[in-house]
Design a protein around this ligand. Structure first.
Ligand SMILES: NC(=O)c1ccc[n+]([C@@H]2O[C@H](COP(=O)([O-])OP(=O)(O)OC[C@H]3O[C@@H](n4cnc5c(N)ncnc54)[C@H](OP(=O)(O)O)[C@@H]3O)[C@@H](O)[C@H]2O)c1
Length: 388
């Protein structure tokens, strides 16, 4: 196979950037450790699909990989990873046993790297799955089980479609778990319309779109006025997180709790999605209603949480930890593109060469929506109407 241009992160570059900033992660420049590299693709097998990547979304796990702030995944993967686990591609060729897609199809690639016996991922592709090569690259080779035909007629443009392959299945899974757990405790007859809260981020936004689509009341507590405004257009009310100083103190949490009581007639939030943890966690826990559910698949600000078990028991609050969807769940989430999922996309569509900057801007939290990278300069006819 010929070589392709692909971004990589090396343990050596992480170490030298950490040394440059004296260990101060606030000064760490993510763009210095995500580097354009040459990569030899594996020879496709009979069940493989050879892809030209058209567009990819920036995912937060790349920030974690570059900072090595949760685990040093690059080091544990042998010193170098090729990231990128959410993309849209055009099929260039398929192996002899592939019937699901054909050359010319446009497909999504998801990040479930190794389904367990129930279909849930034991590993995430291009993150902790050994030997997996990611899709911040011009070309890729994947197994046919990893691709889903892109719903090109769903009403979204290509950038919006590219925002979803990782975040939509995550949100879909969080939603069905949170709602299912609540319904074990309280039937629909007892309480039809729920109060649903999420904090910032693309996954949280999509979680709220699912809640709205099913007739529930939804609130988005974010520090970004642009993202709040985009969600308000979809009937999801905004709460300015910065009004509560991003929950820096106990008094901020108390003030937020008071505000939520006012908004919900004293009832609180039945379902809370918190992908951030850190200072956000006590705020989400404090506003849980009786029988509430707090669900998370993220640990952006902290991996550890602490809570009062007595309060959780007395209020019958359930905490649930999810990771990512099964393969059938990914298909189901894809059916909702455009119908339910209308993602917010950052105002700049980044060129492939600007991908490191996209990640530094994600790290600085200055983007107005999900960051999208246009990988292919020439787009196939199948998507030309979806690219403005
Ligand atoms: N398990 C999985 O499969 C899975 C899938 C996707 C994501 N994740 C994880 O979930 C987390 C969120 O991902 P995402 O894709 O939803 O996020 P995202 O779209 O990248 O957005 C990140 C959000 O973080 C918030 N934020 C940044 N700094 C903050 C701070 N100091 N205090 C409070 N909020 C802050 C911002 O919210 P504001 O709007 O308030 O500024 C921003 O919107 C990440 O850690 C990611 O790795 C896990």
């Amino acid at each position: 196979m010929p070589k392709t241009r692909a971004y990589s992160i090396s343990a050596e570059d992480i170490a030298s950037e950490k040394e440059r900033v004296g260990g101060d992660l606030d000064r760490f420049d993510v763009a210095r450790v995500i580097k354009l590299d040459d990569l030899e693709l594996p020879e496709p097998g009979p069940r493989d699909v050879h892809l030209k990547i058209l567009a990819a979304s920036g995912e937060h796990n790349v920030d974690h990989a570059a900072l090595a702030d949760t685990i040093n995944i690059t080091e544990s993967r042998g010193g170098k990873i090729y990231p990128g686990n959410s993309a849209v591609g055009e099929v260039l060729a398929v192996g002899g046993e592939v019937t699901k897609v054909a050359a010319g199809d446009v497909v999504l690639i998801h990040c479930n790297g190794e389904p367990d016996e129930f279909g849930y991922p034991k590993r995430i592709w291009a993150y902790d799955m050994p030997d997996s090569i990611g899709w911040y690259a011009e070309e890729a080779v994947v197994g046919d089980w990893q691709v889903v035909k892109a719903p090109l007629d769903c009403g979204l443009n290509l950038w919006e479609i590219a925002a979803l392959p990782l975040r939509a299945p995550t949100a879909y899974h969080l939603w069905r778990r949170a709602l299912g757990i609540y319904r074990v405790k309280v039937s629909r007859e007892q309480k039809a319309v729920l109060n649903v809260l999420s904090f910032g981020g693309g996954v949280g936004e999509l979680f709220l779109m699912l809640a709205r689509a099913e007739g529930h009341d939804a609130w988005f507590c974010s520090g970004s006025p642009e993202r709040r405004a985009a969600l308000e257009q979809q009937g999801i009310a905004g709460i300015d997180q910065k009004q509560f100083n991003r929950f820096a103190s106990k008094d901020d949490v108390k003030a937020f709790s008071k505000e939520v009581k006012k908004l919900t007639g004293g009832e609180g939030m039945h379902l809370v999605c918190d992908m951030l943890r850190g200072p956000v966690w006590p705020a989400g826990f404090a506003v849980a209603s009786r029988q509430g559910v707090n669900v998370s698949a993220g640990w952006q600000l902290s991996q550890v949480i602490e809570y009062n078990s007595t309060i959780a028991s007395v209020k019958q609050v359930t905490l649930d930890h999810t990771h990512y969807e099964t393969l059938v769940g990914v298909d189901a989430a894809t059916e909702l593109y455009g119908k339910v999922f209308k993602p917010t996309v950052h105002r700049e569509i980044y060129a492939f060469e600007d991908l490191p900057r996209a990640f530094e801007e994600m790290h600085q939290n200055v983007q107005t929506g999900i960051p999208i990278v246009r990988v292919a300069k020439d787009m196939p006819d199948a998507v030309s109407a979806l690219v403005s």
